[in-house]
Design a protein around this ligand. Structure first.
Ligand code: ST9
Ligand code: ZN
Ligand code: ZN
Length: 342
């Protein structure tokens, strides 16, 4: 019955072909994909960090309760806010714009000042912060991005700090040049002494100042000026990696994940004009729009430049910005017709 050309034979060949293609092509692919997925996106939880974050958040909720029920002294509030802003500037004007992006140059007294403030912020030492951040820019929203926003809000916000890094982060991260930081004695000194400097500057000293200077209760000082101040600052920072990679406008490049988010920009002292920043990372203002109220970090750098402590400030011409916005923007840039007619 199996005459060439008979329907049965063609059915046979069809089935064999199907089975073969499943065996040899599809099946291994299916297995590979899921295997790879499991291997690469597996959450290898680091319990030490999870426990630390759980303690921090319970303590910060208690601290917020102390704050909102008016249990702390007025000066403790003022001090907490000033300390939070100072430490944030060490991250934004220091680790971020100066060291990660080389958007301007700074004389050593300013570098020392920024390194001390960055230590107060405990967001890892400058060298580690910069390495992760350079990798974030270079391999944005891929597995090599340490806080890859494609893995969702929680992962990019804080989840990435509670699991082992994806192998691509380590492999591709190794390609990033860090030799400029290795030549900066202030950065290397901070790295070497971080395990002593950080706990003192981020937790012990800010808890002691209110006690010794205006007689704050040590218990309240610890929860308000240390833990809550630190936890809230971290969330404001983390929003740049989560919210400003998920929600907001894309005036300069609609094809990337990073967005301009005015509220987060204000809270993060100018660091969530993030669509702009990913397109023009060398601009010391990290923004085109907004002013000092939505970009306090630019205010500090401008002041330092006035005093001769910062120099070679890099920026981008209006012409270049408008050209780029009209070529790749989403139409929300002030120069675009779409937004003018809105
Ligand atoms: C924090 C950082 O919160 C926040 C950063 C935010 C960034 C925001 C950016 C936006 C702009 C700025 C906005 C500022 C706004 C401020 C406003 C505030 C009001 N490349 O890491 P390990 C290699 S920190 C190349 O241990 P594991 C390297 O060889 C919070 N290589 O990986 C390394 O060895 P070594 C407090 C890399 O084991 C080795 O791998 N800190 C790279 O997977 C091992 O590295 C914490 O919570 C790379 N990028 O562990 C601690 N990375 O270092 C969190 C690694 O010797 N960290 N390698 O050279 C950890 O516990 C661990 O890193 C881990 C991963 C568990 C997360
Ligand atoms: Zn980003
Ligand atoms: Zn950046």
């Amino acid at each position: 019955y199996n005459m060439p050309g008979s329907p049965l034979l063609s059915m046979n060949t069809y089935l064999t072909k199907q089975a073969k293609s499943l065996d040899e092509d599809d099946m291994p692919k299916i297995f590979n994909v899921s295997e790879q997925k499991n291997r690469s996106h597996e959450w290898q939880i680091v319990w030490r960090n999870v426990l630390a974050f759980v303690y921090m958040h319970i303590a910060a909720l208690y601290g917020l309760y102390l704050i909102f029920t008016g249990k702390a002294r007025l000066w403790t509030y003022v001090f907490g806010i000033i300390f939070a802003i100072g430490s944030a500037l060490g991250v934004t004007a220091g680790a971020h714009r100066l060291w990660a992006h080389r958007a301007y140059k700074a004389r050593w007294p300013l570098r020392l000042f920024l390194a001390i403030m960055q230590t107060m912020a405990f967001q890892n030492h400058i060298y580690e912060w910069v390495r992760d951040h350079r990798v974030h820019h270079k391999f944005s929203e891929t597995d090599a991005d340490p806080h890859n926003a494609r893995r969702g809000f929680f992962f990019s916000h804080m989840g990435w700090l509670m699991v082992r890094k994806h192998k691509d982060v380590l492999e591709k991260g190794a390609l990033v040049d860090m030799s400029d930081l290795e030549k900066d004695p202030i950065v290397m000194f901070q790295k070497k002494t971080y395990l002593v400097g950080m706990p003192l500057l981020c937790f012990v000293i800010p808890a002691m100042i209110p006690v010794y200077w205006w007689g704050e209760d040590p218990w309240i000082s610890w929860y308000v000026a240390s833990i809550t101040r630190y936890t809230v600052s971290l969330h404001f920072t983390w929003l740049v990696n989560s919210a400003a990679h998920i929600w907001g406008n894309k005036p300069y490049d609609k094809n990337i994940g990073a967005t301009d988010h005015k509220l987060v920009a204000t809270l993060a002292l100018g660091e969530a004009w993030h669509n702009y920043h990913h397109v023009f990372p060398w601009d010391y203002k990290a923004a085109e729009l907004g002013n000092y109220s939505t970009n306090l970090s630019t205010g500090l750098i401008d002041l330092a430049a006035k005093w001769g402590l910062a120099y070679d400030l890099k920026t981008v011409s209006n012409e270049m910005i408008i050209k780029r916005a009209s070529r790749t923007g989403d139409g929300t840039h002030p120069s675009s017709k779409a937004s003018n007619t809105l």
